[in-house]
Design a protein around this ligand. Structure first.
Ligand SMILES: [Zn+2]
Length: 305
């Protein structure tokens, strides 16, 4: 192959999934890179494991060639604002009042948009009936147009943000790693209730829900992300009861996945733990582990109790 032919091949372009212009696409994260960076740096041993593939250390989350450089830049602006003005300040002091402006709705919408594109584009919704797919397609268009500045707000396809923190009172049905899940997990999903559909993105202490179809808006209080400004502060949040069960199920899945780690991997984890004990003590992973020990005692250590 001549050098010319080779460079011609490298210059092939594809359509950006956000602005739909043909461009050389960038490799970008589905869930923002800074959350994985935080998870690694606060793990006490510098490594993370994907909850569904715990035998592999996953350092950096899922990535796809989806966006042109200007759309990538658009997303990174609201990510920087979210990381610097909310994500890290909340970790430092979850009880404080934090004011946000329009960057929060942009950030949440960009995350929900990426999640809905991931599940739809990669075939996870193929067996959904046409009504539900219609809602998905409508939400995707509205979120995309909002992100591109062609709409003032996402209308009924609202974004909701639920900050979470340590649970300090146990109820009988809670799984004994619930605090580790709530405080630290990075996760995504598309969920369907009896009538509602929403995207679910969990970035450490923050849960972002993108409403794809929600006929019961009055079941949610205090979680809606406003278009121009608002506050994240200690308050009574009201969410549907089913969400509590859903989070507990998610924590159970994480526990089961970690429980399936091979003996060889368990030995590696033990060794990494022993050689990093000093770094682990005082890390956020240690704080979350202790929160589970306070609630569940020895049961917190062994996945199967
Ligand atoms: Zn673009």
């Amino acid at each position: 192959m001549t050098p010319l032919a080779r460079s011609t091949l490298l210059m092939t372009t594809e359509q950006c999934r956000l602005c739909q212009t043909d461009s050389e696409l960038q490799l970008s994260h589905i869930l923002p890179a800074f959350t994985y960076r935080w998870l690694r740096e606060s793990s006490g041993n510098g490594h993370i494991r994907h909850s569904l593939e715990p035998n592999k250390r996953v350092q950096d989350g899922l990535k796809r060639y989806w966006l042109c450089s200007s759309c990538e830049e658009l997303f990174s602006r609201s990510e920087t604002a979210f990381a610097g003005r909310l994500f890290h300040p909340y970790l430092a002091a979850s009880g404080r009042v934090i004011r946000y402006s329009d960057w929060l709705l942009r950030f949440c919408t960009s995350v929900s948009w990426r999640v809905i594109r991931f599940y739809r584009d990669e075939g996870h919704l193929n067996n959904w009936e046409s009504d539900a797919l219609g809602h998905v397609s409508e939400a995707e268009i509205v979120w995309r147009e909002f992100l591109l500045g062609r709409r003032q707000n996402p209308g009924t396809f609202q974004q909701h943000l639920l900050p979470v923190d340590q649970i300090s009172s146990a109820s009988a049905d809670l799984v004994p790693n619930i605090n580790r899940y709530l405080m630290r997990a990075i996760d995504m999903d598309i969920c369907r209730g009896s009538r509602s559909i929403f995207t679910y993105s969990k970035l450490g202490r923050f849960i972002i829900l993108g409403f794809v179809h929600e006929p019961n808006l009055n079941h949610w209080k205090g979680t809606r992300v406003h278009a121009t400004h608002g506050f994240v502060e200690p308050r009574k949040y009201m969410v549907p009861r089913a969400l509590g069960g859903y989070l507990n199920d998610k924590a159970t899945k994480m526990r089961d996945a970690l429980d399936s780690v091979s003996e060889r991997q368990k030995a590696k984890i033990d060794e990494a733990f022993r050689s990093n004990v000093d770094r682990y003590i005082g890390s956020d992973a240690f704080v979350a582990m202790n929160a589970d020990i306070e609630l569940f005692g020895d049961e917190a250590f062994s996945p199967r109790g």
